[in-house]
Design a protein. Sequence first.
Length: 64
Amino acid sequence: MSEPVNLNKFRKAKAKAEKEQKAKENRAKFGRPKADRQLDKARADKLSKLTEGHRLKDAPEGDG
């Protein structure tokens, strides 16, 4: 027969691994320098203004 498995240890190990993965994702998402965040925001703002500028004034209504 095989050895009995302690399910509490398995459950805790799984929770710890999930926590570590979440921490890794948060470090990548929130752990960026301020200059990088400002650059990304500036690029997004520029793109937004560009798309707003190309939008039609009067949207056609109905199929015609």
